[in-house]
Design a protein around this ligand. Structure first.
Ligand code: PHE
Ligand code: CO
Length: 296
């Protein structure tokens, strides 16, 4: 009855890579993982854990331990779900690849987090252009145990369903918010800037680049500014936005976005690497003050 889940990836055509979408929800075929698959998990897990010890936010590190994730084997969704259910009511569901936007939002709005069941191939260890099990599980799942963040994710999903009804421009605005928070967010903690974005924690290069490189901008979280800011998906980010705590995300995004979308429709988008007058600029790697006059 249940066919083996498929592994849905982008297509390579003469026009470049074309994303492929799928809505199927699948059981995690845990028994079908090969020794290579578990070895890929082990390699990535150890490498990122070491790198993230003093780079990821404390909630990410503590929650990953609370799940009992180890390098020994690819975790079982069922076991993670037992912990999640009790803590925040979230549940992981297995998927075959990228979901269409509305399907993705509906899962989040119902506290279901879609996790790609398959892991990247050995030759994709350092870079893969779409989410795989390592990115989804290692990167996203730990913060679903954090009550404020868990609520934010659900509210985002509900907001996505709504934005979908408003129109494509509203969706572009809202997607930027996901990108600059859930995927590439930084947070200021007692001992300095730390990572909470899943796209950063699942990447060796970006874990270092986001905190240590002198080149990217690190700007204070600003909802409307973020929703106007373009991004690149194929290079390290030129700009990261820094929150002061997960409560700030909730408070800033609680109001109805309908008037925001109307206001944004009349405004130009901002290039990924721009720094504007009025941006709060954080100094690299320190928890100390920022200047608000746009200088670095
Ligand atoms: N409050 C937003 C709205 O009305 C929904 C939302 C919540 C969006 C949290 C993003 C994050 O559309
Ligand atoms: Co992701």
């Amino acid at each position: 009855m249940n066919a083996e889940p498929r592994r849905v990836e982008h297509l390579q055509t003469d026009k470049g890579n074309v994303p492929v979408y799928t809505t199927t929800v699948v059981e995690q075929p845990w028994g079908s993982y090969t020794r290579d698959d578990h070895a890929t998990w082990a390699t990535l897990f150890k490498r990122q854990r070491d790198l993230l010890t003093h780079r990821a936010c404390r909630e990410f590190l503590a929650n990953q331990q609370r799940f009992g994730m180890t390098p020994d084997a690819i975790p079982k969704f069922d076991e993670l779900n037992r912990v999640l259910k009790q803590a925040t009511g979230w549940q992981l569901v297995g998927v075959e690849g990228l979901l269409p936007e509305l399907t993705f939002f509906e899962h989040l709005a119902n506290r279901r987090f879609p996790v790609t069941w398959w892991i990247r191939r050995p030759e994709q260890i350092d870079y893969i252009c779409e989410p795989d099990l390592f990115h989804d599980l290692f990167g996203h799942v730990p913060l679903l145990l954090e009550p404020l963040f868990a609520d934010y994710m659900q509210a985002y999903g509900a907001g996505g369903v709504k934005a979908h009804g408003v129109g494509p421009e509203a969706l572009v605005n809202l997607t930027r918010l996901y990108w600059y928070t859930v995927e590439f967010g930084l947070i200021r903690q007692d001992d300095g800037l730390r990572i909470y974005g899943s796209g950063i924690v699942s990447s060796k290069g970006e874990s270092i680049h986001s905190l240590e490189s002198p080149s990217p901008n690190r700007l204070g979280f600003d909802l409307m500014r973020i929703m106007r800011t373009r991004y690149r998906i194929d290079t390290y980010q030129k700009t990261y936005f820094v929150i002061e705590g997960f409560g700030q995300l909730m408070r800033a995004t609680e109001p109805d976005f309908t008037p925001h979308y109307a206001a944004l429709a009349a405004q130009e988008s901002i290039p990924a690497g721009a720094v504007l007058a009025g941006d709060q600029v954080y100094q690299r790697g320190t928890g100390e003050g920022w200047s608000s006059d746009g200088d670095v």
